[in-house]
Design a protein around this ligand. Structure first.
Ligand code: ADP
Ligand code: ZN
Length: 520
């Protein structure tokens, strides 16, 4: 006789009640349904597959990309008396073979396995003889090549649904914007899965974006004024900058460690362990640092260079304040960085399609930086979630920025989208507004539109910023999965009909010092 989910929650894990969406997710998977779970870091995703694996007959197979994380989880489970094991390349061959034999013999409720291991013909063959309770696919965003943690093996995991059609599958991630969610569903063959989205808001994180002028000094005063003695993470774009910043902070009396892919495996492990164990250390890192970092009292995450997307930003800043106490996400941001990121993207070897998607993601990131409205509205809006704004926990809510009445500019911008048939990106639209008769404009006959040349008060940068700010405020929609065309939505029409005023940032950080509005 198997225990019920609530018995296991209380008896084994020692918690009183389910939280958030745990109960409906667990019920759904226990009864054999597939589930895609979107839940922020610290939301309690693990129980969503651990408990069904224990309730259902057979062993739950958990696919996880991170060896260190598997070991931690299995150790924790074993201590609570759960029959769990992991099988990965860190185990000597004999031990792995022994664990596999025990798995076949039904000794485990949960087995964690790396994707490349799972996909080996030998392992797949062996699984045929195993009674599988469920498949859990952790860090499911790794399946998406648009994401920042792409793992090619993940794209082959659809085979699980094909070979074991009656075994429930649950995919979990803390970060997935529209294109990534679509990718997860398509690549994993999750067409029939129920999507459980717990929301991406992290109310205890305060968001701040400052114009970058003296980045190191700005970082130092941020740490000294607000986080002296706290543990934090500083993200930088390159190994060289990581080293420079770590050395410099250390010289200023802030204990700091570097972390990037250029360090030896030992150095990386030592630095990570010190960061986890000791208090008050600042980890200066590239994006190589992070997945699976589970230190509850990281008090700040600082970006001295902007991330490539809001997805990356959400995930990286999400490492702050996992204990639920107030934490800061702070970013210094300048136009030069963006130009550099764009150039890297253009000169990279990626396919045109991929470049297009990445360029859209970068635009959304800029929109977030430039927005004059609540950062939380912009960030959550990107993940398809509505937030009314006025969060009182972001810089724009706490200290109103200098703005201008952008209602007329917004109406021109939106009407230009409409008149050109909702098929173009901001660059072309800006040409039409400014009255630039480029070859493309003439080809399309857009020099004959009423909106042609109606927007000479702003330059190209200015109009692009208006479009980004409108997107960040949810006043238009970007076709993220196609060519990045700008589209109207319901909110756009309230602006076009004059039912709504639009407030824009006077001096978008992206072009600090430039005259934004030439005549007004
Ligand atoms: P995630 O994988 O979503 O980041 P975890 O599964 O690691 O989150 O859970 C985060 C923390 O919340 C863990 O310390 C876990 O023990 C705790 N937790 C999970 N579910 C519950 C619950 N129902 N009641 C109390 N604490 C919970
Ligand atoms: Zn706010």
């Amino acid at each position: 006789m198997h225990a019920t989910p609530i018995d296991i929650l209380r008896g084994t894990f020692g918690f009183r009640e389910f939280q958030g969406l745990q109960q409906p997710i667990i019920d759904h998977v226990c009864s054999g349904g597939d589930a895609l779970v979107l839940m922020p870091t610290g939301g309690g995703k693990s129980l969503c597959y651990q408990i069904p694996a224990m309730v259902r007959a057979g062993v739950g197979i958990v696919v996880s990309p991170l060896i260190a994380l598997m070991q931690d989880q299995v150790q924790g489970l074993t201590q609570m008396g759960v029959r769990a094991a992991y099988i990965n390349s860190s185990l000597p061959a004999q031990e792995a073979a022994a664990a596999e034999r025990r798995m076949v013999a039904g000794d485990f409720d949960l087995v964690y396995v790396a994707p490349e291991r799972l996909l080996q013909p030998h392992f797949m063959q062996m699984l045929q003889a195993v009674d599988v309770a469920l498949f859990a696919i952790d860090e499911a965003h790794c399946v998406s090549q648009w994401g920042h943690d792409f793992r090619p093996e993940y794209t082959q995991l659809s085979v699980l649904g094909e070979r074991w059609p009656s075994v429930p599958r649950i995919a979990l991630t803390a970060t997935a914007d529209g294109p990534t969610q679509t990718d997860i569903i398509r690549q994993l063959g999750f067409g029939n899965a129920r999507v459980f989205s717990a929301g991406f808001d992290r109310p205890n994180i305060s968001y701040t974006v400052v114009p970058k002028d003296h980045p190191r000094r700005q970082l130092l005063s941020f740490i000294r004024e607000r986080h002296q003695g706290d543990a934090g993470i500083v993200y930088r774009m390159s190994r060289k900058k990581v080293e420079e910043t770590a050395t410099w902070l250390e010289a200023q009396g802030i204990p700091s460690l570097p972390y990037h892919a250029g360090l030896s495996q030992n150095e990386r492990r030592d630095n990570q362990e010190r960061f986890m164990r000791e208090e008050g250390l600042v980890m200066v890192a590239t994006v190589a640092f992070g997945m699976g970092v589970d230190k509850p009292n990281v008090r700040f995450v600082a970006h001295l260079d902007p991330p490539k997307s809001l997805e990356a930003y959400h995930q990286e800043t999400g490492r702050a304040g996992r204990d639920g106490l107030p934490a800061d996400a702070w970013m210094a941001y300048g136009l030069a960085d963006v130009v550099l990121l764009r150039r890297m993207l253009d000169s990279g070897g990626a396919s045109d399609e991929r470049k297009r998607v990445e360029a859209r993601k970068l635009e959304a990131m800029l929109g977030f930086c430039e927005t004059a409205t609540c950062r939380r509205t912009a960030l959550l809006g990107y993940f398809g979630e509505k937030h009314p704004g006025g969060c009182d926990n972001c810089d724009n809510c706490l200290q109103p920025v200098e703005t201008w009445d952008g209602t007329i500019a917004a109406q021109k911008a939106l009407s230009c989208i409409f008149r050109t048939g909702q098929r173009f990106g901001a660059g072309h639209l800006a040409d039409v507004l400014m009255g630039h008769a480029t070859a493309r404009v003439k080809n399309m006959g857009h020099d004959e539109l009423k909106t042609f040349g109606c927007g000479t008060e702003l330059d190209r940068q200015g109009w692009q910023s208006v479009y980004r700010q409108l997107a960040a405020a949810g006043l238009l929609r970007v076709d993220m999965e196609g060519y990045g065309s700008l589209l109207l939505n319901e909110a756009s029409w309230t602006v076009l009909r004059g039912e709504r005023e639009v407030v824009l940032r006077r001096d978008p950080i992206a072009a600090k010092g430039r005259a934004r509005v030439r005549s007004k």
